[in-house]
Design a protein around this ligand. Structure first.
Ligand SMILES: NC(=O)c1ccc[n+]([C@@H]2O[C@H](COP(=O)([O-])OP(=O)(O)OC[C@H]3O[C@@H](n4cnc5c(N)ncnc54)[C@H](O)[C@@H]3O)[C@@H](O)[C@H]2O)c1
Length: 420
């Protein structure tokens, strides 16, 4: 304890809700549940709907959200307890917020919109004139106009936007820091008409203290995808430069420190690849609608998709002269200090090594099914301990126990490819 009482500005700066609405949030995962919690905390009557019964039950039991302390505390609060219910079934309401997955098609590099279609279908029988539908899921440009609007008009015989309002309000939260980000980040409000934007903005004003910037649905759709494409392209650039530095025998960490002193240059850190539910997918959603003008997306995606194989190659090199080598690989999540393994390059690297016939133990203290007691026990007899995901707790344990870990290994090689 520092003795300093931190004032929760996020609470004091929020605008009070003037009209209590019934809000149905369809899809209560990483994106939908935080929104449902904050809408309930703002005073609205909220129903969280999910097709996964265990998700519904865990909301009903007010189970904590891993590593999201503020949101877990809010979920247990009396106010949210009173205002938030959960169900597998949609009911009538004033506003319907859709936050279901929009993954990549399993074989083609286009968005798979089945979950979005089924979520919109589940809402249709409950829509009444004056209702607002907000799509928070990440979607390819023109999805509101060409898919959601026609579905609503066909399924309800009501007109969009005359009878039913529609908006795309994409999410920007960073897992691991969700409360702060969902409340403080500026947010794009993309209404299909002015009234849709006004109503959507009014809803977000209940918990967002960042700016709520109004635009149209199509601009909002493209902007969300442009943001993650920016990240992917810049990661590809630094990944390429790190290879060039290696070819030249230059320390890339030193080079980064120097170039980033330029006032208009900000290189990102290189890594083993790009994972998670957003950055590796979203650039393809732009490419699917304009393949001729998205060459940089192709190149960047190819570079980043090739990173796991590059790392696997380096691991093979480190084990080249060892008979029947044993590897201990640490980290399975898509980035440090989170529990999310979706699209994880670390998992891909381990799969590549297993395909090659290597004996590999894969552990991750952030993933309950892959956790362990002590690295000193786990590293016994290993020829390489490779940290694929530099979680703080793993780095601390290695720093503390390095000697003892090396003492139990058959070949004392500890390799942390990227920490900076
Ligand atoms: N996770 C992030 O950090 C993040 C950030 C910004 C945007 N997004 C986007 O938000 C959307 C949701 O992502 P997420 O990470 O919350 O996914 P998620 O998998 O964590 O949660 C989605 C939930 O929707 C439920 N679901 C699926 N189909 C349903 C249906 N028809 N009806 C009701 N529930 C249904 C699932 O059971 C799941 O619980 C995606 O489009 C994603 O790209 C995610």
């Amino acid at each position: 304890m520092t003795g300093v009482v931190e004032i929760d500005v996020t609470r004091t700066l929020r605008r009070p809700v003037t009209e209590i609405k019934k809000i149905v949030v369809v899809g209560t995962g990483y994106v939908g549940l935080p929104a449902a919690i904050l809408l309930a905390d703002a005073g609205h009557e909220v129903l969280g709907v999910d097709i996964n019964e265990s998700v519904v039950n865990s909301i009903r039991r007010r189970e904590p959200l891993l590593d999201e302390e503020e949101l877990s505390n809010l979920l247990k609060s009396d106010r949210v307890g009173r205002n938030l219910t959960a169900s597998t079934q949609v009911e009538t309401g004033d506003i319907f917020v859709i936050a279901v997955p929009t993954p990549l098609h399993p074989t083609k590099r286009i968005a798979a919109l089945e979950a979005l279609i089924s979520a919109v279908e589940s809402v249709l029988p409950h829509l009444r004139p004056g209702n607002l539908v907000i799509i928070e899921s990440t979607i390819p440009p023109r999805t509101c106009q060409d898919l959601v609007k026609p579905m609503i008009e066909k399924g309800t015989k009501l007109r969009v936007p005359e009878d039913i309002k529609l908006a795309h309000c994409p999410e920007r939260i960073l897992p691991g820091n969700m409360y702060r980000e969902i409340v403080r980040n500026d947010r794009i409000i993309g209404g299909i008409d002015e009234e849709s934007s006004r109503l959507a903005k009014e809803m977000y004003e209940g918990f967002v203290i960042g700016d709520l910037v109004v635009t149209d649905d199509l601009t909002a759709e493209l902007c969300k995808l442009m943001e993650n494409t920016y990240r992917d392209v810049n990661i590809a650039l630094t990944n390429e430069m790190s290879e060039v530095a290696e070819t030249l025998g230059i320390n890339y960490e030193t080079a980064l420190g120097l170039v980033n002193r330029h006032p208009r240059v900000s290189y990102l850190k290189p890594g083993i690849g790009v994972g998670g539910h957003c950055i590796p997918l979203d650039p393809w959603f732009i490419r699917e609608i304009d393949p001729l003008n998205t060459r940089i997306i192709d190149v960047s995606r190819t570079i980043n998709l090739g990173r796991p194989e590059k790392l696997a190659k380096k691991i093979r090199k480190k084990l080249a002269n060892i008979g029947d080598p044993k590897i201990l690989a640490l980290g399975a999540t898509y980035k440090p200090d989170v529990d999310d393994c979706r699209e994880s390059p670390a998992v891909e690297i381990v799969d590549l090594m297993v395909e090659d016939g290597y004996k590999i133990t894969h552990l991750d203290p952030m993933v309950p099914s892959m956790s362990y007691g002590s690295l000193i026990d786990e590293a016994r007899g290993a020829d390489l301990l490779v940290v694929l995901v530099p979680h703080q707790m793993v780095l601390r344990e290695i720093e503390r126990d390095r000697r003892a870990i090396e003492a139990v290994m058959r070949t004392p090689q500890i390799w942390i490819p990227f920490t900076y």
